[in-house]
Design a protein around this ligand. Structure first.
Ligand code: SF4
Length: 250
């Protein structure tokens, strides 16, 4: 299955389900989709986590079916480092990733303390990121810095407040995005500009995913420029007008 998420090519969900941990989870799309389609019966509270988290060992072989190299978002519908996912299962997921160096696996967690304690091995095709939506959870930055991955990143999406000043030492990539969907919380563009400028000053890759808005992937530009950098690929931004297919979206 492909994905609309612009910074990846594929999603792979060896587990599904999660529980909310911070303000960025308020409108979790994975929860909304799971409830809408009956994959979860109960809201994603901590109390319901044991019912909502499901391991899918039958999906562990899925990455072996991809013939061309891909960037793969691991657990777009869950959090691989949720405390209820057993070490033994996380180890199986890591073994698959290590076995397929042609793919780049992008893990994103709101539980970076467990990622920092994870012993690995951490081959260089595993990128490890954490979500930071406001300064209340800025401690996640130190935790992700402490993990063994060779490429570490931040997803500031949904960006709900200023993160400035932010120390990007040991960080290789920052994704910024506003919240999408009904009831979305507006992103102040200055918060995004400040992060962009810090990335530029530090030589850290910057990816601007989307503005806040009622639909996902709206206005994927900042100050009319499209930023699609990746770790080790600091390509210049280009004008939003070049994005013909979405230029009319607002
Ligand atoms: S940690 Fe991620 S998957 Fe889990 S509830 Fe929060 S936003 Fe959703």
């Amino acid at each position: 299955m492909g994905t609309k998420i612009r910074w990846t090519n594929e999603t792979w969900n060896p587990t599904t389900g999660c529980s909310r941990v911070s303000a960025g989870c308020k409108h979790c799309y994975a929860e909304q989709i799971s409830l809408r389609f009956g994959r979860s019966k109960k809201p994603w509270t901590a109390r319901n986590a044991a019912d909502n988290i499901v391991l899918h060992p039958e999906r562990l072989r899925k990455p072996y079916t991809w013939r061309t190299p891909k960037r793969v978002f691991v657990n777009s519908m869950s959090d691989l480092f949720h405390e209820l996912i057993p070490d033994e299962f996380v180890a199986q997921v890591f073994a698959v990733m290590a076995d397929l160096p042609q793919h780049t696996f992008q893990i994103l967690t709101k539980r970076p303390e467990r990622a920092a304690a994870w012993p690995g091995p951490w081959p260089d095709n595993i990128w490890m990121g954490t979500s930071i939506e406001n300064r209340r959870v800025i401690h996640r930055l130190d935790e992700i810095r402490g993990c063994g991955a060779q490429t570490r990143f931040i997803s500031a999406e949904p960006l709900l407040g200023s993160l400035t000043p932010i120390d990007l030492t040991g960080i290789h990539w920052v994704i910024v995005g506003g919240e999408s969907g009904p009831g979305h919380r507006a992103m102040n563009h200055q918060w995004a500009r400040d992060i962009r400028d810090t990335c530029l000053a530090r030589g850290v890759a910057f990816f601007f995913k989307q503005d806040s808005g009622p639909r996902t992937e709206m206005r994927p530009w900042l100050d009319q420029m499209v930023w699609e950098q990746y770790p080790g690929a600091l390509v210049p931004p280009y004008p939003a007008a070049a994005l013909n297919e979405v230029a009319g979206s607002g």
